[in-house]
Design a protein around this ligand. Structure first.
Ligand SMILES: Nc1ncnc2c1ncn2[C@@H]1O[C@H](COP(=O)(O)OP(=O)(O)O)[C@@H](O)[C@H]1O
Ligand SMILES: [Mg+2]
Length: 343
């Protein structure tokens, strides 16, 4: 029996629905369950057996290890023994937002001008001598020349809007920066968007574009009956969301775009545990994401576990996504369609 394990924290709707959906498919030899683990022994596999036995889980879906270092280490250990972990715990440990923006720019995806800033306070244990390579005072004129006076200060290892500051002038900037402790922050130009979209990307193939209004209260942000959006814009966001997830190796991610004068700017695309709660995303989005993640987990389980490959570079790499057939489709006539669709 190949097991698909779901590792999760406080969320209620998604993990249970996923287990139910996978098991309801009755795929021969595949079963989903909630993970149960205790202490893990290095030499054993998920504390369940000896070196020659297959790992307990063929696939693990990770929804919580960003908050629990024990789970992150448990997942890396499982990956070492051949379990496919969604998302790759080695890469999620390595990634950061500034790297994301820089990579996007190299890929030709629009991102707002963004600058990496030194910590406001010294990291714990550091002394005056620790940062001798750092220019002082920092060239703030160059920072404001690159980004402008209105922008967002946000941590490179952020999430859930934690420690995100919207500032409108230098005074607000420095007031916010002074509160950022020893976090590593980026300062990014504010996009004056007319629309904002959040795109689920699953298996580096399936995309669902959802209109989202970050200015509304949390429970009302997913726009239920969005105005039609130009097909060309939807197509571009779909292509760019796929490009980013393939380059970063995420199997399950959400990519956010802010649209200013028709141009989508990628704002946040390091979301290895995207919000999938029924009560915030709504029934239609929920049904879509449960189905797609179930499909992905089952497809991965069919070929997992993989024989362990004992090199760090191999752990960091994502599984290659087969290229789509290069046959060219006829250009569709320009029209507007409802954005909440699978791209
Ligand atoms: N450059 C920007 N321009 C406009 N709005 C932004 C920008 N950066 C962030 N925001 C707003 O702040 C929110 C949180 O920022 P985000 O980068 O998504 O951080 P987190 O990872 O904490 O979700 C976004 O959903 C968006 O509403
Ligand atoms: Mg975000």
């Amino acid at each position: 029996m190949k097991r698909i394990g779901i590792l999760f924290g406080g969320e209620n709707s998604f993990p249970g629905a996923l287990v139910e959906q996978i098991n309801a498919r009755n795929v021969n030899g595949i079963q989903a369950e909630f993970v149960l683990t205790g202490a893990v022994e290095a030499g054993n596999q998920g504390n369940q057996g000896n070196q020659n036995k297959p790992p307990r889980y063929a696939v693990l879906i990770d929804r919580i290890s960003h908050l629990v270092p024990f789970y992150r280490a448990f997942l890396k250990h499982a990956a070492l023994h051949g379990t496919v972990v969604i998302n790759n715990p080695f890469w999620t440990s390595a990634d950061d937002k500034f790297f994301n923006y820089a990579l996007a720019a190299k890929l030709g995806v629009h991102v707002p001008p963004t600058v990496l800033l030194p910590h406001k306070q010294l990291p714990p244990g550091a002394t005056d001598r620790t940062l001798r390579n750092l220019e002082y005072p920092l060239d703030w004129e160059a920072v404001f020349a690159a980004v402008g006076e209105e922008g967002f200060l946000k941590p490179i290892h952020g999430g859930g809007w934690r420690d995100v500051y919207h500032v409108h002038n230098r005074e607000e900037f420095f007031r916010a920066y002074d509160q950022t402790r020893d976090l590593c922050m980026v300062y990014q130009k504010a996009i004056e968007f007319t629309e904002y979209f959040r795109c689920y990307v699953v298996g580096q193939r399936k995309v669902r574009i959802m209109e989202y209004d970050p200015r509304r209260p949390h429970s009302e942000r997913y726009v239920e009956n969005p105005a039609p959006v130009p097909r060309t814009l939807l197509k571009r966001m779909r292509m760019e969301a796929l490009k980013l997830c393939r380059a970063l190796g995420y199997e399950f991610n959400s990519v956010e775009f802010a649209v200013e004068r028709g141009v989508p700017y990628a704002i946040d695309f390091m979301n290895p545990v995207p919000d999938a709660d029924l009560h915030s995303i709504g029934q239609a989005n929920f049904d879509w994401i449960v189905k797609e993640v179930a499909d992905l987990a089952i497809a991965k389980a069919k070929t997992a576990p993989h024989p362990p490959k004992l090199r760090s570079a191999v752990f960091l790499a994502s599984e290659p996504t087969p290229a789509k057939s290069a046959t060219k489709k006829k250009a569709a006539p320009k029209k507007k369609i409802n954005p909440n669709v699978e791209g």
